[in-house]
Design a protein around this ligand. Structure first.
Ligand code: BTN
Length: 289
């Protein structure tokens, strides 16, 4: 068992409840809980993880990360939780986040000039897919733009949020929120047809500490190459929607269309039955395969 540790972060102000919960988590049974000290060790030298905040339970790591970002935390700050009581998904949905079997991680990025934020979610999807495949013998597909699938079931959702700089109307920070269903699980009835977990699909327990660290490492290298857009090719290759007829919901209106490509800005191109080609941006639509 890795040494128990009170490690919280580098040198920043840390919320008091956060420290207390780290200690509580250190007493949990082996394999049942993420170990923030071990993750921090695995992240030495990485852009992400200093500081690293860990909660046994919180409402939403994205909400915590947003507060930290508003308070001036550095680029690379990571918030992790063992459980979320109000995990948030896209379009106001909830993200089911039970204790002891998932990774609920939010990372703060302060953007450099010269990269296009519209590509961020696509890049993150590729990064997390790679990280999952590095710890489990499974093939991970991307359901444009923010869901990762194994054998057609959703194992991960990504929610990127941003904060603006009022003086310049530019982006001050992004929160990359990643939820991964890891351990063996029964899902609530409403998710049973769509959700799964890595362990449900590959039959083996995976190391959540290692996976959390790999996610951060892949995000780091993905961000370095964001401007080159090379990941878009992998995004197309991993796509679970290209070549399929999908149901698009846009501004409350539903229509069927064939998903034909992901363009160089990460937008999904679909062709309606009448031949019309439509370019979809991630913020405005949801897709059903
Ligand atoms: C989706 O499926 O629509 C996106 C789900 C994103 C869930 C993650 S879990 C960590 C972070 N905190 C949240 O409240 N949401 C994201």
């Amino acid at each position: 068992m890795p040494p128990k540790t009170d490690f919280l972060s580098g040198n920043r102000r840390d919320p008091a409840d956060c420290t207390r919960r780290i200690n509580a988590a250190g007493d949990a049974a082996e394999g049942e809980v993420t170990d923030p000290g071990l993750i921090a060790d695995l992240l030495k030298g990485c852009r992400f993880g200093t500081p690293l905040y860990y909660y046994n339970t919180t409402d939403s790591t994205n909400t915590r990360a947003k507060e930290l970002a508003e308070g001036g935390c550095p680029d690379g700050t990571v918030v992790l939780a063992n459980e979320q009581t109000a995990g948030r998904g896209r379009q106001g949905r909830r993200f089911y986040s039970p204790a002891n079997s998932g990774i609920y991680l939010s990372a703060v990025v302060r953007p450099n000039n010269g990269w296009d934020p519209s590509l961020l979610t696509s890049m993150c999807a590729v990064a997390v897919a790679r990280a999952i495949e590095s710890v489990a013998d499974v093939a991970v597909k991307i359901k444009w733009v923010n869901d990762l699938l194994i054998n057609g079931g959703k194992v991960c959702g990504i929610l990127t949020e941003s904060g603006m700089r009022p003086e310049t109307a530019g982006f001050e920070y992004f929160i990359i929120g990643i939820g991964i269903n890891c351990g063996k699980r029964e899902f609530p009835a409403e998710l049973r047809g769509t959700a799964t977990s890595i362990e449900n699909e590959c039959g083996k327990q995976i190391d959540r500490n290692l996976l959390a660290a790999r996610v951060c490492r892949e995000l780091e290298s993905g961000l370095e190459r964001l401007g080159s857009r090379v990941f878009l090719e992998e995004s197309r290759r991993r796509s679970a929607v290209l070549g399929k007829t999908v149901t698009v919901v846009r501004n409350g209106v539903e229509f069927s269309a064939l998903a034909v490509n992901i363009d160089n800005d990460g937008a999904l191109l679909v062709r309606k039955e009448n031949g019309e080609l439509i370019r979809l941006n991630s913020g405005e639509v949801s897709i059903r395969v």
